[in-house]
Design a protein around this ligand. Structure first.
Ligand code: SF4
Length: 536
């Protein structure tokens, strides 16, 4: 059995769950200040899904169990091996799960992997038989006596589930949500704070599951058929850095007439190796880029003017998610506000703010440990970059780190409005630019998104405009201008929709605000999937 750690997650408890750190990536570190406009969704535990798809032993994946679910499954079946995948904040849950396994299924071998394995002295903190650092598919294949070099089989992964915004849960039709593709893990840029880079080897290292554009094309083709999707969430820390692979993929897409959409992560230096046309033809429609700080010297920024780059990407219909670090070494109470204003002035579609955080396994952690600057009494459950510093900063106190972080989220929302408005704006800009483009694949992609979304976005904009009228007139007016533009560019049906759907969305938005004020939280469903299974 392969399991993620147990829930519930969005609460404060002795196992390290934290209400400010729910199992909702966007809500906990990107849109958390946006209230009922926050994008809320859950993502599966892709690592254990990938391992399951690549072993021939009978295997159960148990995702988001409760403690009772976990114990029940252990009692119901005889598991030779129980694997637990976890990040660092959940180390107390791993400890508890090991304890449950020893009690309920004493013959099972316990394997623990994921970022939690990077904690110094983890062997003495949990009762596991094996701690796996780095990539887990080859480890598990080796352990089971299977061929660790066999080609990777990619599981069919729907990228998000139970998506919720403005108080509405979006329908989960087949094909409506992107498929997740995992071409590589790790990133060779090796930024000092980066956990994923460090975990898979650090500077200069990464692991390719799919080496070539041809291999990647075949996998995407398969997923397109199986999940009925045109869009892909590419889970690769720095997808565009592998230029040869990306351009070969583009060639194959052109040959086959594929009008695919891709959401990717990439560093500024990698993005600048492509023309805007190449990115658009490749189907890049959403891009997560580290902005960090105007004074940061990370080589991935390569001296790029990130504001100019962001503007250009958005002008080509590419939604940008920026990421900024709060609490870098040069930050002081005197300059941090200007740095946050600089970040906000990028006017990205989404903006993640994260505290500078020495996380076990990273070069930054090593450096802080050597300098004796790690704070000893910080619980690992609070080392996630969304609460307070876990190290001694030269100029900013621990409490102030939280204040500046919270202010950054608030300021971005106040200045730029809800991300839903911003992505509508970028989509419309892209559609206007490319609706008559010579490449039919590109035209089709923008037309598809526009047709699917214009009525919905128009209605959401109607509701947003009214919602912000009294609290933020500037944002409300910007939303109004965009709504008028949508109206002009939309078909008749889409033009009519806001009058009907808009008031409904305004009502659901207000209802959601009341629910959130009462402390409403959301949890992912428990999922159990078996492969190579023979019923007794
Ligand atoms: S470029 Fe991004 S993914 Fe790569 S090491 Fe730096 S922070 Fe990590």
């Amino acid at each position: 059995m392969l399991s993620s750690v147990f829930g519930p997650y969005a609460q404060d408890d002795e196992f390290g769950s934290r209400s400010i750190n729910p199992m909702e990536l966007y809500h906990n570190q990107v849109t958390r200040a946006q209230g009922s406009f926050s994008l809320r969704m859950f993502h599966r535990s892709w690592g254990i899904m990938l391992i399951q798809a690549n072993i021939s032993a009978p295997c159960t994946v148990l995702d988001f169990p409760t403690r009772d679910d976990f114990a029940r499954e252990l009692k119901a079946n005889q598991y030779d091996v129980v694997g637990i995948s976890s990040i660092i904040v959940n180390v107390a849950k791993v400890r508890e799960m090991c304890r449950i396994i020893r009690r309920v299924s004493p013959h099972s071998v316990i394997v623990v992997g994921g970022h939690v394995a990077a904690i110094p002295g983890i062997e003495t903190m949990i009762d596991a038989d094996h701690i796996v650092r780095g990539e887990g598919v080859s480890w598990m294949r080796r352990y089971l006596g299977e061929d660790e070099n066999a080609p990777i089989r990619h599981p069919a992964i729907v990228s998000g589930m139970r998506t919720r915004i403005m108080g509405i849960r979006l329908p989960e039709r087949k094909g409506a949500t992107a498929a997740t593709i995992i071409p590589s893990v790790g990133c060779p840029m090796g930024c000092n704070f980066c956990t994923t880079s460090a975990f898979f080897g650090g500077k200069g290292k990464f692991v390719n599951f799919f080496e070539t554009g041809d291999e990647l094309f075949d996998v995407m083709n398969c997923m397109e058929r199986e999940l009925k999707v045109h869009s892909f969430f590419v889970m690769d820390e720095n997808f565009l850095l592998h230029r040869e692979r990306a351009l070969r993929l583009l060639e194959r897409m052109k040959e086959a007439g594929k009008s695919w959409t891709m959401s990717v992560f990439a560093s500024a230096n990698a993005i600048r190796k492509y023309t805007m046309q190449e990115l658009v033809e490749l189907g890049v429609s959403w891009l997560w880029m580290g902005l960090e700080s105007p004074r940061a010297s990370y080589s991935k920024l390569g001296g790029a003017d990130t504001r100019q780059l962001t503007r250009e990407l958005r002008e080509h219909g590419i939604r940008v998610q920026g990421s900024t670090i709060i609490g870098l070494e040069h930050h002081t109470p005197d300059n941090i506000v200007a740095e946050i204003e600089h970040a906000v002035s990028h006017d990205t579609d989404f903006h993640q703010f994260m505290l500078y955080t020495p996380v076990p396994g990273t070069p930054l952690y090593q450096q802080m440990a050597e300098q004796g600057r790690l704070l000893r009494d910080v619980d690992y459950a609070d080392v996630h970059g969304q609460f307070k510093f876990n190290f001694e900063h030269a100029a900013i106190s621990r409490d102030d780190s939280k204040r500046f972080l919270d202010w950054a989220f608030w300021r971005d929302f106040e200045a730029n409005g809800p991300s839903l408005y911003r992505i509508s704006r970028t989509l419309l800009t892209g559609w206007k630019r490319y609706k008559d483009w010579p490449d039919a694949r590109v035209r089709e992609r923008f037309a598809r998104e526009m047709a699917r979304l214009s009525g919905i976005y128009g209605s959401a904009l109607w509701a947003m405009e009214r919602r912000f009228r009294k609290v933020n007139l500037n944002v409300s007016q910007q939303i109004r201008a965009l709504r008028q533009e949508f109206k002009r560019e939309s078909g008749v049906v889409s033009r009519m929709m806001p009058a009907v759907l808009g008031p409904v969305l305004l009502w659901t938005t207000r209802r959601e605000e009341k629910r959130l004020a009462r402390g409403k939280t959301y949890e992912p469903p428990t999922i159990l999937e078996r492969t190579n299974w023979v019923e007794a």
